[in-house]
Design a protein around this ligand. Structure first.
Ligand code: FES
Ligand code: FE2
Length: 475
C-alpha cells in the first residue's frame, strides 16, 4: 500500500490513556490472539470526493459494478425455519425470494414474474408455490416453473427454460448470503478471517430477538460510516464517556472485506477528568447508559446486572465482566467461565464489505445492515439484536422486522432500551452530513489515518469493484 506519510499517525493509536492491547493484557481471562494482534495497514491519506455520497451517477456505478458481485447478507436462518417459509429481500434495485426447501437447503430466486413483471411476493410468508397475483403464472418454491393459465397462448415459451433466475447462496453462522452474479471468491474466502474469530461466539446458536429498521435521509454509506468509528462519542454521545474508551479502541483491517473496531467499555474515556471519579462511578454510569444487557431481551436472567458493587481492589471492568459472565452463563445455560471481560463488555464491531456489521462477543449481539434508498439521499438502516438460545432449548422463529414510520424515532422501539437514545443522537447529525456534502465548497471529505481506516478500506474496496479489479462487470 501507500508509503506512510511522516505526518500520519501511521497506524498507531496515539491518544492518551491505556491502550486496547494493554487492556487485553489485564483481562481477567486469557484473551484469544486475534483480539490482541494488531492488523493495521496504512492506506494513504487522500481526501474522498463528496460526490461518492451525493451523486446518482455514483449510485448507479454501485448498482452496476458492485452490488451484483458481492456477497450480501440476505437473511438469518431463523427468519425461515420451516420448508416453504420464505422472505423477500430487496436491495439496490433488485428483489429476491429467499426460501427454505424440503431438504433444509435455501434457494434464492429473483422475485419478478416472467410474464409481465409483477413482483411475485411483496411480503414474507409460507408457500410451496409462488403464484403470480396478476394472471396466475406459478413457480415451485425451488424456482422451477409450475404452471400457467391459458397455456394455448404461450406456445412460444419454453417451460423448461422458464425457471426464475437464481442467485448464488452462501451460509455461515446462521446468516444466509446471496451473490447475484455467479463466480468469484467463495463465501468462506470472502469472509476470512471473520469466521475464525466468531468460532468463539457462535452466532449460529443465536436468534433474532429484535429487528427494527428506519429510513434515514442520508446516503447509506454516510449512515454506515457513523457506526464504523467510536470517536464521535466525545461530542455526539457524551453520556457514554464515563465508561467508554472512545478514542483508545483498536481499528484493524484484513484484506478487502473485513475490519473491526474494538471499543472498550467499563473504562473511562481519556476525555473525562478523572479527578474524584471512582471505579464504582464508572459502573454506575455504565448501568445507566449502556444498552446491551440480556435482561432487555429475555426478561429472565437470574443475575441482576444492574446491581453491581465494585469490591475493593477490583476495577470497574473486572467487576462488570464478572457480573456479565454470571448473567450470560445463566441466560445461555452454559459455562462461559472462559469468556474474557472484553467479550462480555466491549463493542467488537466487525464490518463485512459492503453493508453488514455483526458485533462479536457473547453478549446479546447487535447486527447492522444498511441499504441504499430510492435516491442517493436516503437509505434504510436495520438493527437486529441476536440473543443466544439457551442450551437445550429449541431455536425460536426470528422476530419480524418492525419498520419505524418517518416520524417515529428509534426510541419508539421500547425494547431497544437506551440504544434508541444513542441512535437518535446519531440521527441528529446524519441528514445534516448529507446536506453539508451537497453544499460543500471543497467537495472533499477528510479521514483520520487511524480511527477512520475502516472507512478508507471500504472506499478502496468499492473502487476495486468500480474499476473492475474485483467483481466482473468488465468480463
Ligand atoms: S404478470 Fe405475473 S402472471 Fe401476468
Ligand atoms: Fe454514534
Amino acid at each position: 500500500m501507500a508509503d506512510i506519510d511522516p505526518k500520519s499517525s501511521g497506524g498507531v493509536n496515539r491518544s492518551e490513556g491505556v491502550s486496547w492491547v494493554e487492556l487485553m493484557d489485564k483481562d481477567s481471562r486469557p484473551v484469544p490472539d486475534f483480539l490482541r494482534t494488531e492488523s493495521y495497514t496504512y492506506r494513504g491519506s487522500a481526501p474522498l470526493a463528496a460526490t461518492r455520497y451525493t451523486s446518482e451517477e455514483f449510485a448507479k456505478l454501485e448498482r452496476e459494478r458492485m452490488w451484483p458481485y458481492v456477497w450480501q447478507f440476505a437473511a438469518r436462518e431463523e427468519d425461515l425455519p420451516e420448508p416453504g417459509d420464505y422472505i423477500v429481500y430487496e436491495n439496490a434495485g433488485r428483489s429476491y425470494i429467499v426460501s427454505r426447501q424440503d431438504d433444509g437447503s435455501v434457494k434464492i430466486v429473483h422475485n419478478v414474474c416472467l410474464h409481465r413483471g409483477r413482483k411475485l411476493r411483496d411480503v414474507d410468508g409460507t408457500a410451496d408455490q409462488f403464484v403470480c397475483p396478476f394472471h396466475g403464472f406459478a413457480w415451485n418454491k425451488d424456482g422451477s416453473f409450475a404452471n400457467m393459465p391459458c397455456k394455448w397462448d404461450f406456445g412460444h415459451l419454453n417451460e423448461e427454460k422458464l425457471g426464475l433466475p437464481e442467485a448464488e447462496v452462501g451460509r455461515w453462522g446462521g446468516y444466509i448470503f446471496l451473490r447475484e452474479e455467479k463466480g468469484g471468491p467463495s463465501l468462506e474466502e470472502y469472509l476470512a478471517p471473520l469466521p475464525e474469530h466468531f468460532k468463539r461466539w457462535k452466532h449460529e446458536e443465536c436468534f433474532t430477538a429484535l429487528w427494527v429498521a428506519k429510513e434515514v435521509p442520508a446516503n447509506w454509506k454516510i449512515v454506515m460510516e457513523a457506526f464504523m468509528e467510536a470517536w464521535h462519542t466525545i461530542v455526539t454521545h457524551p453520556q457514554l464517556l464515563p465508561f467508554t474508551g472512545d478514542c483508545i479502541g483498536a481499528y484493524w483491517t484484513w484484506g478487502d472485506n473485513i475490519n473491526v473496531n474494538n471499543t472498550p467499555f467499563g473504562v473511562m474515556s481519556p476525555h473525562v477528568n478523572p479527578e474524584g471519579k471512582t471505579q464504582q462511578w464508572i459502573v454506575d454510569e455504565f448501568v445507566k447508559y449502556n444498552g446491551r444487557s440480556a435482561d432487555n431481551y429475555d426478561g429472565e436472567s437470574a443475575a441482576d446486572p444492574f446491581n453491581i458493587k465494585v469490591p475493593e481492589g477490583m476495577t470497574a471492568r473486572e467487576a462488570l465482566g464478572a457480573t456479565m459472565r454470571k448473567a450470560y452463563s445463566e441466560q445461555a445455560k452454559q459455562d462461559l467461565d472462559y469468556a474474557t471481560d472484553a467479550e462480555l463488555l466491549d463493542g467488537l464491531v466487525y464490518n463485512v464489505f459492503p453493508h453488514f456489521a455483526p458485533w462479536g462477543g457473547f453478549m446479546p449481539n447487535i447486527v447492522y445492515r444498511w441499504k441504499p434508498g430510492a435516491t442517493p439521499d436516503s437509505c434504510i438502516m436495520e438493527v437486529r439484536v441476536l440473543v443466544r438460545v439457551a442450551k437445550g432449548d429449541p431455536m425460536p422463529r426470528g422476530a419480524q422486522m418492525r419498520m419505524l414510520g418517518k416520524d417515529e424515532p428509534w426510541t419508539a422501539c421500547k425494547e431497544i432500551g437506551v440504544l434508541g437514545d444513542v441512535f437518535e443522537q446519531d440521527m441528529d447529525n446524519l441528514p445534516f452530513v448529507q446536506d453539508g456534502l451537497h453544499c460543500s465548497k471543497t467537495g472533499e471529505v477528510n479521514l483520520g489515518d487511524y480511527q477512520e481506516i475502516r472507512i478508507r478500506q471500504f472506499h478502496q474496496t468499492m473502487d476495486k469493484y468500480i474499476s473492475g479489479e474485483l467483481g466482473g462487470w468488465k468480463k
